[in-house]
Design a protein around this ligand. Structure first.
Ligand SMILES: Nc1ncnc2c1ncn2[C@@H]1O[C@H](COP(=O)(O)OP(=O)(O)OP(=O)(O)O)[C@@H](O)[C@H]1O
Length: 252
């Protein structure tokens, strides 16, 4: 099966009572894109990601993965279809080494959940896949580190490794650089920039310098609606976007 799959929404809306968090959002995410979702606080970005993953069900509208209508698929089924978001390292993973965590995630994907270290030696391909993934994320040197003891930026990379272990075609990142020092967030995005192009990346990010360095497509959400979408150059030149960001961290 081709890994090139287009994620698309059609008239997606989410209301809580009279409050409209997403209103008629129709977007297409092209295969291989590095697509940023930006907008002021409360614009509805996280709500949109939650509608994509199935954490929220829409009040109206559709979500398509390729030609398949996935609007009502549960979250785990969307992961099987190739759409994954990152989750914070939970207490289980936090006490494990990086390699153990990634092996566990790969085993989960392969339906080998009950295989653990005593028998994992019988599946050397799992270890080599894990080591390959760690190399992609520049984590090879940390393979035997306990995730909890690592710098926050590195922990974020482990979370991304766990998401990649599901072999997604679309990776959703909600503010991957939030809460980590600036030097580490730059490094994190440098690693993300080197991910294989067969993975589409949709990400929310407030730091405009990271957005403009990394994204090849940008959508601006304001008040739950799409204000505009375009290339970084188009967005940077759009006076409506400048107006929205006036008083916020402006990209110049
Ligand atoms: N479960 C919910 N019930 C009611 N209102 C909600 C719920 N989740 C989010 N909202 C509201 O929807 C609006 C959009 O929130 P959302 O988190 O999607 O915005 P955002 O663009 O991601 O903001 P930020 O950049 O600050 O993270 C906010 O006003 C928020 O309070």
């Amino acid at each position: 099966m081709s890994r090139d799959i287009t994620l698309r929404t059609e008239g997606l809306s989410k209301r809580w009572g009279a409050f409209v968090a997403n209103s008629d959002v129709s977007l297409t995410f092209q295969p291989g894109a590095r697509h940023a979702l930006i907008g002021p606080n409360g614009a509805g970005k996280t709500t949109f990601i939650n509608l994509l993953t199935g954490a929220f069900s829409p009040s109206s509208g559709k979500v398509y993965l390729g030609s398949e209508d996935i609007t009502h698929l549960p979250q785990h089924a969307r992961v099987h279809c190739g759409m994954t978001r990152t989750f914070q390292l939970n207490t289980l993973f936090a006490g494990m080494t990086v390699l153990e965590s990634v092996v566990l995630a790969i085993n989960e994907r392969r339906g080998l959940q009950n295989v653990w270290w005593k028998t994992v030696a019988n599946h050397p391909e799992v270890i080599s896949e894990a080591m390959e993934l760690l190399a992609t994320l520049k984590l090879s040197d940390q393979a035997n580190s306990i995730t909890r003891s690592m710098a926050y930026g590195k922990q974020r990379l482990v979370e991304i490794a766990l998401a990649l272990a599901t072999k997604p075609r679309i990776l959703l990142l909600d503010e991957p650089a939030a809460g980590i020092p600036q030097a580490e967030s730059k490094e994190l995005f440098e690693v993300l920039a080197q991910l294989p192009r067969d993975v589409t990346v949709l990400f929310i990010e407030h730091d405009m310098s990271l957005v403009f360095r990394f994204a090849d497509r940008i959508t601006v959400l304001v008040g739950g609606k799409v204000l505009t979408e375009g290339t970084p150059a188009e967005i940077a030149a759009d006076p409506r976007v400048k107006e929205v960001y006036l008083g916020e961290s402006e990209h110049d």
